[in-house]
Write a protein that binds this ligand. Structure first.
Ligand SMILES: Nc1ncnc2c1ncn2[C@@H]1O[C@H](COP(=O)(O)OP(=O)(O)OP(=O)(O)O)[C@@H](O)[C@H]1O
Ligand SMILES: [Mg+2]
Length: 415
């Protein structure tokens, strides 16, 4: 028997969430891990017992030091040639596309368990651009996600832009008609839409004319982590370190280590051999020894996680903090100050804010006509981002929404 209603799936770069809405009903978020309605988009292949783990469970096993492979930021691979590359996990050769499907299987199972029957009608979220400035690769990204969804048994699958979904969720809370700028700042992308929202408009099936503009840019929290890791942590492993010939150590290994979706590349024998050969480029070989320890002991994701946690702490408490690296070496830490957070993210934040400004320009509305800037997505909480956005939209109130569930709820309303 098919279940009447729509399952909204927010397959996020960092976190995924799902919501269910019966026809004409209110969307409710589905509990995915215990009470939690959002789970990290993470898969861990345990090589000790050949099991696969997802979400918080996956991250925890990796951080505990269980032997195996962690996969994160899988969405960042959509639209990239890396998606079809294969890798060996638990003695099997699989592509990253297969790993995405494995994650979707888990989402489907958990939805089925919560709803008592398998959902058939699904609305998947998508960023405004999976890939910036390349419509062909962008279309490929959506096609790959669609293929993965079909392959795990979802029958009727449609797509909706993530910022529009976020707006539809926000609309439920409005008592009067208003024009708002919705900002969805996630792990991989920042998406904006200017929409007309209001209780009278909610029931309409055709909403295209209420969407005045959408823009998006491929910048999100994982890019902030990348930049902060390069600036604060990678120098401790030899990034920008000068060798005996006065030249910098080749930087590729540091770029991969600082990039959530590329860390896995460093686990191959070939990558280790290449890194080992870098020792001649170091004047201080203790830095090279440290790099090799990070690679052989597979601390890459742990470092990315530590940088992310420091970023969040620094932003949340508006206080200087440190990236704790004692799992690499006793007493090793990298300072992260509020000034560093602001300065090192400035260029990325300016580009993100410019994308928001462009959205309002395309919509053809004056700032004075905007009732609010509605913030959703985990990275919208980043203090330097909010400051930059407020400076660009002086006088327009910033409204903080549901950081991790709004898109999924809005998608469920798109059925
Ligand atoms: N309090 C916070 N301050 C700053 N950043 C935060 C905070 N909490 C979470 N983040 C960041 O938010 C990001 C995840 O947000 P979210 O779950 O909305 O993204 P996503 O939906 O997975 O990604 P996308 O929508 O781009 O595919 C991570 O990069 C995380 O570091
Ligand atoms: Mg998101």
């Amino acid at each position: 028997m098919s279940l009447p209603g729509t399952l909204g799936i927010d397959f996020g770069t960092s976190n995924s969430a799902m919501a269910w809405a019966a026809p004409g009903g209110t969307a409710r978020l589905i509990a995915l891990e215990g009470e939690a309605t959002a789970m990290p988009t993470a898969v861990f292949y345990n090589s000790e017992d050949l099991s696969a783990h997802f979400g918080r469970d996956a991250v925890a096993l990796y951080l505990e030091g269980t032997e195996g492979r962690l996969m994160r930021s899988l969405k960042s691979l959509l639209g990239s040639p890396l998606l079809l590359e294969t890798t060996v996990v638990n003695n099997k050769q699989v592509s990253f596309q297969d790993i995405i499907a494995t994650f979707l299987v888990t989402l489907r199972e958990r939805a089925t368990q919560a709803l008592g029957a398998a959902p058939t009608r699904v609305v998947l979220g998508r960023p405004v651009h999976f890939v910036d400035d390349d419509p062909t690769r962008d279309a490929q990204a959506q096609a790959s996600l669609l293929q993965a969804a079909h392959s795990v048994g979802f029958e009727q699958v449609s797509f909706q832009l993530e910022p529009i979904a976020a707006a539809l969720d926000y609309e439920r809370r409005l008592s009067q008609e208003s024009t708002v700028l919705v900002a969805d700042i996630g792990g991989g992308t920042s998406d904006f839409t200017v929409v007309r929202l209001g209780p009278q408009r909610m029931g309409k099936t055709e909403r295209a004319e209420d969407v005045l503009a959408t823009t998006g840019v491929h910048i999100g929290g994982t890019d902030f982590d990348h930049k902060l890791s390069l600036e604060r942590v990678m120098p401790l492993l030899g990034y920008r370190h000068l060798g005996p010939d006065g030249r910098e150590v080749p930087s590729r290994v540091f770029f991969d280590l600082a990039t959530w979706h590329l860390i896995h590349r460093l686990s191959t024998q070939k990558a280790l051999a290449e890194a080992q050969a870098l020792w001649t480029n170091y004047s201080d070989v203790s830095l090279h020894r440290r790099l090799m320890r990070v690679l052989t002991e597979r601390h890459g994701h742990h470092i990315a996680h530590a940088v992310e946690q420091a970023k969040i702490r620094c932003s949340q408490f508006d206080r200087d903090t440190v990236v704790d690296l004692t799992f690499v070496e006793a007493a090793l830490a990298a300072p992260m100050s509020t000034a560093a957070l602001r300065e090192q993210l400035d260029e990325l934040l300016q580009r993100t804010v410019a994308c928001a400004r462009e959205c309002v320009r395309q919509a053809g509305v004056a700032d004075g006509q905007l009732a609010a800037v509605y913030l959703t997505g985990g990275s919208s909480a980043l203090r330097p981002f909010q400051r930059a956005l407020q400076a660009a939209f002086a006088g327009v109130p910033l409204v903080e929404g549901d950081l991790f569930g709004g898109v999924a709820s809005g998608l469920a309303y798109c059925g």
